[in-house]
Design a protein around this ligand. Structure first.
Ligand SMILES: Nc1ncnc2c1ncn2[C@@H]1O[C@H](COP(=O)(O)OP(=O)(O)OP(=O)(O)O)[C@@H](O)[C@H]1O
Length: 272
């Protein structure tokens, strides 16, 4: 569904206001997301996960320098194609709740997403009602403006918006942050259900444990680089089948696994 080859990204910054420099944020990333699968992208805060999502969606700031290539359904995903597919074939559940329009009620925003995706009014109405019910957004939440929603409710509105687009690839950037366990399960189940319809999900998370609940494959990122891509089944026991020491350390550092940490990570380089 999605193939990324040697993707690099540099963004401008200004050490003095007349002097422009570039900082590399993504460095030669390569991996593929298969149709009918959940591909988790995990890594510490600042690893470049959200920037990767924004790069695929074509939502980068002005002056961004891109290298490498992206293919969606075996066709190059250039900037005009990203714009054309965004909100239709490609959907993003953004990490930031400020992505919601502060002047529009929840139901209106979900409805807008369905109409933009090309659904006819009658079918949009039905799809929106189903999505709002699925994410347990009651009458009050549907009529609320973003500032009247709790963080968890706002996140569910954003998830419902991506859900109604019926996109082939859904990129979910930390979709469960701030949700209670029941709501978290509901969102993860909904993402997993998309794969049963042949869609692909790229699940971005700093929480490897949550990601492993539904992931088929996992890419571990560190400082803008792809450290390792492995089957989710590699994350078990001491993680001895993982190739990189960083991925192994990330797995072993989970609270339930902490007792297995050894000194190997300290001895090896991060990218061993
Ligand atoms: N618009 C931007 N302009 C310049 N630098 C940016 C921009 N967005 C992000 N960065 C920088 O890129 C790096 C990666 O940020 P990114 O948000 O992708 O990390 P992340 O892995 O998603 O982290 P988190 O899990 O905390 O969301 C950070 O150093 C950040 O400061």
């Amino acid at each position: 569904m999605l193939r990324i080859e040697q993707l690099s990204l540099a963004l401008p910054y200004y050490p003095r206001f007349w002097r422009r420099r570039y900082a590399t944020h993504l460095d030669q990333l390569s991996f593929s997301v298969a149709a009918g699968s959940v591909h988790a992208v995990v890594g510490a805060s600042g690893a470049g996960k959200s920037l990767l999502a924004h790069t695929i969606m074509g939502l980068l700031p002005k002056g961004a320098q891109l290298g490498g290539s992206c293919f969606f359904k075996e066709t190059p995903l250039d900037e005009p194609r990203k714009r054309a597919l965004r909100g239709r074939e490609l959907a993003l559940i953004p990490q930031s709740l400020s992505a919601l329009d502060p002047l529009a009620r929840s139901q209106h925003q979900v409805n807008w997403a369905a109409r933009r995706a090309g659904l006819a009014p009658a079918s949009a109405r039905q799809t929106v009602c189903q999505a709002l019910a699925h994410y347990q957004l009651d009458e009050r939440a549907r009529r609320a403006y973003p500032h009247e929603l709790s963080g968890g409710m706002a996140r569910r509105v954003l998830t419902a918006m991506a859900h109604v687009t019926q996109a082939s690839l859904v990129i979910a950037d930390e979709p469960t942050v701030g949700l209670d366990p029941a709501q978290r399960g509901r969102v993860l189940d909904a993402l997993a259900a998309l794969t049963r319809q042949g869609k692909a999900v790229m699940l971005i998370s700093h929480d490897l444990r949550h990601a492993l609940n539904i992931a088929d494959r996992v890419t571990v990122m560190h400082e803008g680089r792809c450290v390792e891509t492995a089957d989710a089944s590699a994350f078990q026991g001491t993680g001895q089948t993982l190739k990189s020491a960083y991925a192994r350390a990330l797995w072993q550092a989970l609270p339930d696994n902490a007792f297995t940490i050894d000194t190997e990570y300290a001895r090896e380089s991060h990218f061993a």
